[in-house]
Design a protein around this ligand. Structure first.
Ligand SMILES: Cc1cc2nc3c(=O)[nH]c(=O)nc-3n(C[C@H](O)[C@H](O)[C@H](O)COP(=O)(O)O)c2cc1C
Length: 329
């Protein structure tokens, strides 16, 4: 399949793995890229610019295909060394960067000068247009269904994607709630040039995370995610668990007075314990509603091959069939 995204990024299939904290290590990024998609290393999971440089080198040892690095700008306890991370990306020869969170203006000149394609992930049409106006090459439009930070507008992809298609000139991929061939074909029909998946790629053999996390995704249904941190205007969609319930109870009790300090126990520094040690109730962790569509743990190649084969059959048989039936009648 050829789209503006496959052509721009030099990849075989229009499928991207979004940056994921403590999930997007070199093993997963390389597996997705080797399967013909675009894998992504999560920059800030690496504690320093030097660690990121090592992770990029490790990924390059595992694949000769293009891969990306995610740079996230979100409220955090201490400000990361963004200039150092950008230098590691440029020196490491990475040609694609996924930015997310705040406006990526501060890193754009350096990335563009190095010939790097920038895909900005954002949750609204106005932020997508802003990204286009400051020179981003593409956007990843993240609907309300998504795992992680859906923003505060709560617009699901059935509305957000065609709205983005109506307004944008640069290509975009659909993100949030994407999990199978039906998602891909629907995203293309709604005007996207591909799809970005987070949660679905966690439940793959190569995702270097604890088996407990993968099994939690297989067991969960679409009813099992919750929105936390809404009162702090830092909304995050997470899997429901004991920490999520505790956090929501604090939000209810403290109301508008709640501060980040009140919820440190549930959110700060919990990712390594969950993703690497499999301590499932130690804190809250991002998870999309698409968990309701996850029933197995395939390799990235099995997943991507299955999506592309089924997408082909949906387009050429199911959809073509409707048109043919109309002509015959
Ligand atoms: C466990 C997890 C961690 C994530 N961490 C980040 C992150 O650090 N930076 C970022 O830009 N997006 C992050 N995301 C969002 C994903 O890149 C992607 O946009 C999102 O998962 C898409 O929605 P989906 O889960 O429905 O596929 C994370 C998502 C998950 C599930």
């Amino acid at each position: 399949m050829k789209t503006r995204i496959t052509e721009m990024l030099g990849i075989e299939h229009p499928i991207i793995q979004g940056g994921m904290h403590y999930v997007g290590f070199a093993e997963l990024a390389a597996a997705v890229s080797n399967a013909g998609g675009l894998g992504t290393i999560t920059g800030l999971t690496q504690k320093s610019a030097k660690d990121l440089a090592n992770e990029i080198a490790r990924c390059r040892d595992m694949t000769d295909k293009p891969f990306a690095v995610n740079l996230t700008f979100l409220p955090s306890v201490s400000t990361p060394d963004y200039p150092g991370y950008v230098k590691a990306i440029i020196d490491g020869g990475v040609k694609i960067v996924e930015t997310a969170g705040r406006n990526p203006q501060q890193v754009l000149p350096a990335l563009k000068d190095a010939g790097i394609k920038v895909i900005h992930k954002c949750t609204s049409v106005r932020h997508s247009l802003k990204a286009q106006s400051i020179g981003c090459d593409a956007v990843s439009v993240d609907g309300f269904e998504c795992g992680g930070h859906p923003g505060e507008d709560d617009i699901p992809n059935f509305i957000l994607l065609p709205r983005a298609a109506d307004e944008l000139e640069i290509p975009f991929v659909a993100s949030g709630g994407m999990g199978d061939a039906r998602s891909l074909v629907a995203a293309l029909a709604l005007g996207a040039d591909g799809m970005n998946m987070g949660t679905r790629f966690m439940a793959t053999k190569e995702a270097p995370i604890h088996e407990n996390v993968k099994q939690a995704l297989v067991a969960a249904t679409e009813l099992d995610t919750r929105l936390v941190m809404r009162p702090l205007r830092n909304t995050e969609r997470v899997l429901n668990n004991a920490a999520t319930e505790r956090l929501l109870e604090k939000e209810k009790r403290l109301g508008g007075d709640i501060k980040f300090d009140d919820i440190m126990e549930e959110v700060a520094g919990v990712y390594p314990k969950i993703m690497l040690d499999g301590e499932m109730d130690v804190g809250v962790w991002s998870c999309g509603m698409v968990t309701g569509l996850i029933h197995d743990v395939p390799t990235c190649k099995e997943l991507i091959d299955r999506i592309m084969a089924e997408a082909n059959s949906i387009i050429t048989q199911r959809l073509e069939g409707f048109v043919a039936a109309k002509v015959a009648a």
